[in-house]
Each structure stands twice: as structure tokens, then as C-alpha cells.
Design a protein. Structure first.
Ligand code: SF4
Length: 276
């Protein structure tokens, strides 16, 4: 699929924390649009996508002045109180174009100079490990969260064919964790998985968080329903997984395997700013 990529100049770069991110002072999106184009992406139902004449997943705007804006806005925000940042809420900061632009990396460099009190980095891209040298310099003021919504590659391909393969995400997350950086394996949204999934997560991250469409899409599952995701479950013969109760079964499996070793959190609790 052809990707329409453009440089844009933004008016601002830090957005006040709202909705499920209301525990953060700000969210930070280096890009608008996302080349991963996951079928279940709730951003498809937000104005940034709805009012655009192009399909979600086919366009990316590069916020070319993001670093310059961030420096100014961080200095200003820090004068008003604690600054906690979620990067990113409506795009993936390590989508493929980042390998070339290094825009997210430039934002990390700014944040090392003008440090927020806490930075949560959310991605599903193994490219994130490129910036390990910078993550280490944040000490315990940063957590790297890798989305691993299933351990079944065929399921990942059905729901998010343009997103990176699961084994590559697992390897990148392990590398980050082994380097001593606070990390998280984020099962969000929970997709059909195997019984071995909890065991595969065992040494990958400093904690695991489980979320699903009904708890995590910001509308009790209504946005997801509008996306017609249930059709993919039907195609895959996995209808029983499209159910608000499915997470309870997986949560029990995770707790049985991981409790005592690492924390297992559910939904919003796994996305809070700060260390445990
Ligand atoms: S990676 Fe995140 S922002 Fe990008 S399409 Fe997937 S869910 Fe949406």
C-alpha cells in the first residue's frame, strides 16, 4: 500500500492529558497518522482520522518542528508543576519513517536536557531499541512499554498485518529490560492467544499489563464495535474471544505464571505515570 508522507509544522506539541491519560500532565505525538494501520486502532474513530480524506494507515504527517516546540513548551510547563508525558497516544513513535527522520530520538534528546518528571513510551516497534543509550540516561524516570497483544503470529497478521512481527517485539523488549531500563509487556488489546503466552512473557519485562477493547478503547467498547472488528474474529473462527469476559481467563493464566516474579496490572493501572 502506498504511504502518503508529508512534513508539517505544528502549532504545539504537548497536549494536556485527557480521558484515560488524565493521570498524565501531557501526551506527545511526534507524528500524526500511523503506518502500522492496525484494524482495531481506536484513533480511526477520532477526528484526526474521521475528518481526513485518506484511510487510516495510508498517511503520516511528520511534525518537523516538534523538537523546537517541545523545548519551549517543556520549559514553560515545568514552571507550572510536575510534567509527566505519555508518548504516544495517537501514533506509534517508532513507526518505520522514524528510522529515517530520527524525530522521536530528537525529542528524547530534548527531554534529557529539559527533563520531565516521568516519560512513558508506548510502541509496538522493535526500532525502539535503537534509543537504548538515551533511555538509560533517564534512570527511573522512564518506562518503555511494548505492545504484545498476542503470541500467535497468524492472529497478529489477521488484525495488524502491517505491524511488526511478535518475535521481533519480544526480542527488542528483552534487550531493553536486560539493559536495566524499566519496561512493560502490554497485552493491549488482548487478542486470541495460546496457553503458553504467560510463560513466553516471563523474562521479557519488569511488569505485564493486560487491557481489552471494553476497558481500554475509551468508550466501553463502542468505538471498537463501530470498526467492525468482530468480523475478523469470525473469519478466524475465534468469536468466543470477542467478549468482555475473555480477559479474566488470560488474567488468571498470567497471575498463575507470573505472580511473585513480576507485577501483573489491568487496564489503566498499567499506564499510570511514575514508578511502582
Ligand atoms: S500502532 Fe498504535 S497508533 Fe498505530 S495504528 Fe496501531 S494502534 Fe493505532
Amino acid at each position: 500500500m502506498k504511504l502518503n508522507i508529508n512534513d508539517i509544522l505544528s502549532k504545539s506539541i504537548l497536549t494536556p492529558g485527557r480521558g484515560l491519560l488524565n493521570e498524565y500532565s501531557h501526551s506527545l505525538n511526534p507524528y500524526a497518522g500511523c503506518a502500522f494501520g492496525c484494524s482495531y486502532c481506536y484513533v480511526r474513530q477520532l477526528p484526526v482520522s474521521l475528518f481526513r480524506d485518506e484511510e487510516w494507515g495510508t498517511w503520516v504527517d511528520i511534525k518537523a518542528n516538534a523538537a523546537e516546540l517541545l523545548r519551549k513548551e517543556l520549559i514553560k510547563a515545568k514552571k507550572k508543576g510536575p510534567v509527566t508525558i505519555f508518548m504516544s497516544s495517537a501514533t506509534d513513535p517508532y513507526q518505520p519513517i522514524e528510522a529515517k527522520t530520527m524525530l522521536t530520538r530528537s525529542l528524547l534528546e530534548v527531554m534529557l536536557e529539559v527533563q520531565p518528571d516521568f516519560l512513558f513510551v508506548q510502541t509496538r516497534s522493535p526500532l525502539v531499541k535503537r534509543d537504548l543509550d538515551l533511555f538509560k540516561q533517564f534512570g527511573n524516570k522512564i518506562r518503555i512499554s511494548m505492545t504484545i497483544e498476542t503470541d500467535k503470529e497468524e492472529i497478529r497478521k489477521a488484525f495488524a498485518p502491517s505491524a511488526p512481527p511478535i518475535p521481533a517485539r519480544m526480542n527488542a523488549l528483552k534487550e531493553i529490560t536486560d539493559a536495566g531500563v524499566l519496561s512493560q509487556a502490554t497485552i493491549s488489546p488482548l487478542l486470541p492467544c495460546t496457553r503458553e503466552f504467560p510463560k513466553k512473557l516471563k523474562h521479557l519485562a519488569s511488569r505485564v499489563t493486560l487491557d481489552d477493547f471494553w476497558m481500554g478503547d475509551g468508550s466501553g467498547g463502542k468505538r471498537t464495535e463501530k470498526l467492525g472488528i468482530h468480523k475478523i474474529y469470525e473469519q478466524e473462527g475465534m468469536e468466543k474471544w470477542y467478549n468482555p469476559a475473555a480477559h479474566k481467563v488470560v488474567l488468571k493464566m498470567l497471575k498463575d505464571e507470573l505472580d511473585g516474579d513480576i507485577q501483573v496490572l489491568v487496564s489503566q493501572k498499567g499506564f499510570m505515570p511514575g514508578i511502582d
